[in-house]
Design a protein. Structure first.
Lengths: 140, 472
């Protein structure tokens, strides 16, 4: 009976929304566990294309960090996409769609120099947290 | 019933040589309470306690027991500041497990019990004795240097939440006593005194006991200094300020005969004559903001969302902390009625803005004049890489501070402006000061109140992340 109790008391994996700061490569990697735990990503990357208009008013553009590039889309439902400057670093927060390899952005704005300087530490902390989480998921 | 044996070889107070007759000045007194008598079903026993002092260093608690008529008559026959003679009390050793928890802490190892059959308590009529006793009322019952200024209380903030300390402060104003009926039909009352000193212009002192209320109602505002021994300090999250509460252990010394009190008295007189006290009476909100800002300085512990949840599970007490999280829900652009709400100030029930009375049948203020307050009243979610805390309250006046906008200004904004205001915070990393209350009602087990929210400094976020990595 005791073992039963300890079993039921084992803490469930925290499954409320998380927001992970990541590099593009990391975002692609961690997105494979998205069916277990919901999360959005925050990335700091350089605009590497013109912003083009797609179907349903979608704004499409490419973001790059190092050698990795990701296709991004932003829908102007609530607010307009601010003017983005090619070659400059921007901050995008959104939902990465693994099947289409597209980051669906809900917030896009220029990155602040201090944010870029300091983001690496958040990326490391998020990676560490995700390693622990993935381990606990695979144990369940 | 217990420990009733007389102790013939000891004196209850040091200077009393014939202990069967004690003369002292009353420095504290409780309300009359009643309890069902276990031996006589259907009959109530009545009791009240008082504290008498007969020398600069010694004072003792006296508890009277008896029937309704005897106890109420006895209680009504003297007040704090009167000199009384107690004849033939029973002397009992203190039992820290029992009644002492609800009586002032005394230096004596004993307490006195007074009953109608054995004892007598009457006002002292001997002039010489009174001349000796009366100055004792102005001596604090604690070391006269062992007190907190109001500035100390506000600056220590959360560290003092729930503690019992001594306070030296001047009386700024005395409110009206408010009567109410509790949910179990008992009559209650509450009176609020505003205190001030040279560091803080206003801090509430709340009294619930009839005796304490009677005592403070006799005080003259701006001309009275109090040494309040063993007063309870708490953070009032509804008004967002620190507050002191008088309870059964508290002893108030009016105009204490100490150097610190006389300095404060001079300051109070000067501040009162210069009009400085009246000036800052008006911007109540501005003062609250100053209190919050000073209070926030005392909050230094940083948590992730998971750490907040874990701490709330381990520990049933409310706590304060900082989290560097993303605001993940902030409904500023839904209808104004969902952003700004009017609530009854007593029971906090949401009411219509034009309401003249509280619709809550159980509201403790039903028989008083209705008062309601209107302010921001939002539920906010915040999220970091470990999870989300849902439904944290963000209310006035903290909401005004965070949003940089008053409720009046907010109602004038266009929909687009409100959406823009929302996106200043939504999905941005913020430095959030939060009070976490473990809650059995909430599915997640915690309830949060946001005390401050600003966009986070990226350098501070980096420090927090580094600290997390080092702990791994």
């Amino acid at each position: 009976r005791q073992t039963q109790e300890t079993l039921t008391k084992k803490p469930a994996v925290e499954n409320s929304l998380r927001i992970l700061t990541a590099v593009i490569d990391g975002m692609r990697h961690w997105s494979q566990f998205k069916d277990k735990v919901p999360y959005l990503f925050e990335i700091f990357a350089t605009l590497d294309s013109a912003v083009t208009v797609g179907r349903h008013g979608a704004k499409n553009f490419l973001m790059r960090d190092g050698k990795e590039v990701v296709q991004c889309v932003f829908y102007e439902n609530e607010q307009e996409l601010p003017r983005l400057i090619r070659g400059q670093v921007h901050r995008c927060v959104g939902n990465y769609d693994r099947s289409t390899d597209v980051l669906v952005c809900v917030s896009v704005r220029p990155g602040l120099p201090s944010e870029l300087r300091n983001a690496q530490e958040a990326v490391k902390a998020c990676d560490a947290e995700m390693r622990v989480l993935v381990k606990s998921i695979s144990e369940v | 019933p217990q420990n009733n044996k007389s102790v013939h070889c000891h004196h209850p107070c040091k200077n009393i040589h014939v202990f069967q007759k004690v003369a002292g000045i009353v420095i504290g007194k409780s309300d009359v309470k009643s309890f069902p008598d276990r031996k006589n079903i259907g009959v109530d026993r009545f009791t009240f306690s008082f504290t008498v002092k007969d020398s600069p260093d010694f004072f003792i608690n006296v508890t009277a027991w008896g029937n309704d008529g005897y106890i109420n008559l006895l209680s009504g026959s003297f007040s704090v500041g009167d000199c009384v003679v107690i004849e033939n009390p029973l002397v009992a050793t203190k039992d820290p497990e029992k009644g002492e928890r609800f009586c002032p802490t005394t230096p004596s190892h004993y307490r006195l019990l007074v009953t109608e059959a054995h004892s007598q308590v009457y006002l002292c009529a001997d002039i010489d004795t009174m001349d000796r006793l009366l100055p004792l009322i102005h001596l604090p019952v604690k070391d006269s240097r062992d007190f907190y200024s109001l500035g100390d209380i506000v600056a220590n903030g959360q560290k003092l939440d729930g503690t019992v300390i001594n306070v030296l402060a001047a009386v700024k104003s005395i409110g009206e006593p408010k009567q109410f009926t509790t949910s179990d039909r008992r009559k209650g009352q509450r009176l609020e005194v505003k205190l001030f000193d040279d560091s803080v212009s206003s801090l509430p002192l709340v009294c619930w006991d009839r005796e304490a209320i009677q005592l403070v109602q006799t005080l003259i505002p701006k001309e009275t200094v109090l040494f309040i021994a063993d007063v309870k300090i708490s953070f009032d999250s509804f008004r967002n300020s620190m507050a002191a509460t008088v309870n059964s252990k508290t002893i108030i010394t009016v105009n204490p005969d100490t150097r610190e009190a006389s300095l404060l008295f001079s300051y109070a007189k000067e501040a009162s004559e210069s009009g400085a006290l009246d000036q800052d009476e008006k911007p109540e909100d501005a003062k609250t903001i100053i209190n919050i800002v000073m209070f926030l300085d005392s909050i230094t512990d940083v948590y992730t969302v998971t750490q907040l949840k874990e701490k709330a599970q381990e520990n049933p007490e409310a706590f304060f902390g900082i989290t560097y999280s993303f605001i993940s829900k902030l409904d500023l652009d839904s209808s104004v009625s969902k952003v700004i709400r009017t609530r009854c100030t007593r029971c906090k029930l949401q009411v219509m803005e034009e309401t003249q009375s509280c619709p809550n049948q159980l509201c403790p203020g039903r028989d008083q004049a209705f008062s309601a307050s209107t302010g921001f009243d939002l539920l906010v979610d915040f999220t970091d890489h470990t999870g989300t805390v849902h439904g944290c309250a963000l209310r006035s006046p903290m909401a005004e501070q965070a949003l940089g906008c008053t409720t009046n200004e907010f109602t004038m904004l266009t929909d687009d402006q409100r959406t823009a205001m929302k996106w200043k915070f939504l999905l941005e990393r913020c430095k959030i000061y939060v009070k976490i209350l473990p809650s059995t009602k909430m599915r997640t087990g915690i309830r949060g109140v946001i005390l401050a929210c600003t966009r986070a400094d990226p350098g501070e976020v980096k420090q927090h992340m580094s600290a997390l990595l080092q702990r791994l």
